[in-house]
Design a binder for this molecule. Structure first.
Ligand SMILES: *[C@@H]1O[C@H](CO)[C@@H](O)[C@H](O)[C@H]1NC(C)=O
Ligand SMILES: *[C@@H]1O[C@H](CO)[C@@H](O)[C@H](O)[C@H]1NC(C)=O
Ligand SMILES: *[C@@H]1O[C@H](CO)[C@@H](O)[C@H](O)[C@H]1NC(C)=O
Ligand SMILES: *[C@@H]1O[C@H](CO)[C@@H](O)[C@H](O)[C@H]1NC(C)=O
Ligand SMILES: *[C@@H]1O[C@H](CO)[C@@H](O)[C@H](O)[C@H]1NC(C)=O
Ligand SMILES: *[C@@H]1O[C@H](CO)[C@@H](O)[C@H](O)[C@H]1NC(C)=O
Ligand SMILES: *[C@@H]1O[C@H](CO)[C@@H](O)[C@H](O)[C@H]1NC(C)=O
Length: 360
């Protein structure tokens, strides 16, 4: 592993100097969890190769995460597309989507060990991040397909992001002792929950009900969508894109598994299962060439929110069909993505696996 030190210029211009004398721009990515693509990028030096020192900033809940993006505290947020869709269409927030990372990474409804099917959730409380955000709407749609309606057949507990809900689910209670019975889990928690003894039961797999689904988007302030090729934002997106292509290449399987295990602190057995989840063509991270948005997946995000009456701000005459057409300054704005593709540094297939190289 390379040893890094913070250079004196870091105090002046938000740059760090690596041991090799390379200047790195500091950049913060806000996200709920570390995707396999992020793990590969960080562990295998894709960020440093693009001259950025990327810090992962864990988002505690979506309200906070996207408010920080709008306020300029962070410049890129990786999270469910429903957030920018909601904030842009309901609130006229100046957010844009650079591209799509995944199709709903291992999104499941998980229960505590005594709950073994969806009908057993009747009369129970389920944990959500926010009652009016993407995962809550997914939960409502799938439960309604089993004949269960919110506040009639089950209730919500507003808890926060997936890591916290995962811990509470294992504990079968909230920190104050209130019992809990189920929640939405995603990569990398779905695999970890299944490996527990006893395993957390998988009550439903979302991709069996809603597919394709546009889950993780790379979101920015619309004002930064015109970034030129040299910006840390463009170079960070380019590093993620190169890492994503590396992950998608079967010749790199062993190295990708090592990167995932090292980044998440998992055994190689679990890392192999996480890898399988990440490359699943229906729900994983490797189906969106150049991070291009799956239009049908985006429409499914919109109709899922619509089913729960989630477009009060937009109103009933809002033209969604027009609003999702990509364009400069629009919801989907490919300028940063195109600049990132333009400076892409692809890694040769099956190249040496230097885990920890340039990780931060
Ligand atoms: C979201 O996180 C922030 C920062 O930790 C916290 O102050 C806020 O109460 C949280 N909101 C919800 C709804 O949990
Ligand atoms: C979005 O608008 C709704 C009302 O239409 C308001 O309650 C909510 O606070 C707004 N959210 C943000 C993040 O501005
Ligand atoms: C889960 O339980 C453990 C041990 O009882 C405790 O240390 C931990 O704080 C709990 N986690 C949550 C999120 O409440
Ligand atoms: C991008 O647009 C913003 C205003 O929206 C402007 O301040 C900035 O200079 C522009 N950047 C580039 C690289 O054109
Ligand atoms: C991956 O590792 C396994 C077991 O260590 C080995 O058999 C296999 O040849 C490796 N695959 C590649 C593509 O290097
Ligand atoms: C990705 O972008 C590159 C550069 O514009 C282009 O050559 C390639 O065809 C694109 N790939 C796909 C699958 O769209
Ligand atoms: C990244 O910056 C942090 C300080 O913000 C520093 O501790 C770390 O060594 C830097 N990493 C690299 C690879 O330069």
């Amino acid at each position: 592993m390379t040893v890094w030190r913070l250079g004196a210029t870091a105090l002046l211009g938000l740059v760090a100097i690596s041991a090799r004398g390379q200047t790195l721009d500091l950049f913060t990515v806000g996200a709920f969890t570390e995707s396999a693509t992020f793990s590969v990028a960080n562990q295998l030096g894709f960020f440093t190769e693009q001259g950025v020192n990327v810090t992962f900033s864990q988002i505690p809940n979506s309200t906070f995460g996207y408010a920080n993006l709008l306020d300029g505290v962070v410049d890129l947020v990786i999270g469910t597309a429903d957030n920018p869709v909601n904030l842009r269409f309901n609130n006229d927030s100046a957010l844009s989507i650079v591209g799509q990372l995944d199709l709903g990474p291992d999104i499941i409804i998980a229960g505590i060990s005594s709950i073994t099917d969806i009908p057993s959730l009747r009369g129970k409380a389920l944990m959500v991040d926010s009652p009016v955000s993407g995962y809550a709407f997914i939960l409502r749609e799938v439960l309604s397909l089993f004949g269960l309606q919110l506040n009639t057949d089950y209730t919500f507990q507003v808890i926060g992001s997936t890591p916290t809900r995962f811990e509470n689910l294992i504990n079968q209670s909230l920190p104050d002792g209130t019992p809990t019975f189920g929640t939405i889990l995603t990569y990398p928690f779905t695999v970890q929950g299944s490996a527990l003894s006893p395993p957390l039961p998988i009550l439903a797999r979302i991709s069996d009900f809603i597919a394709p689904f546009f889950s993780s988007s790379l979101a920015i302030r619309t004002a930064s969508a015109n970034s030129s090729a040299s910006t840390p934002l463009v170079r960070t997106v380019s590093a993620l894109l190169a890492a994503n292509q590396f992950l998608a290449d079967p010749a790199n399987q062993n190295c990708s598994m090592l990167a995932i295990g090292a980044e998440l602190g998992l055994s190689q057995d679990l890392a192999a299962l996480e890898y399988a989840s990440a490359i699943n063509p229906v729900s994983g991270e490797v189906s969106q060439a150049n991070f291009t948005v799956n239009t049908q997946g985006l429409l499914n995000v919109i109709t899922t929110r619509m089913l729960s009456g989630g477009f009060a701000g937009a109103g009933s005459s809002f033209d969604f069909a027009d609003a999702i057409v990509p364009g400069d300054g629009k919801l989907i704005d490919y300028r940063v993505r195109d600049a990132a593709v333009g400076i892409l540094k692809p890694r040769e297939s099956g190249s040496p696996c230097d885990i920890g190289e340039g990780s931060v």
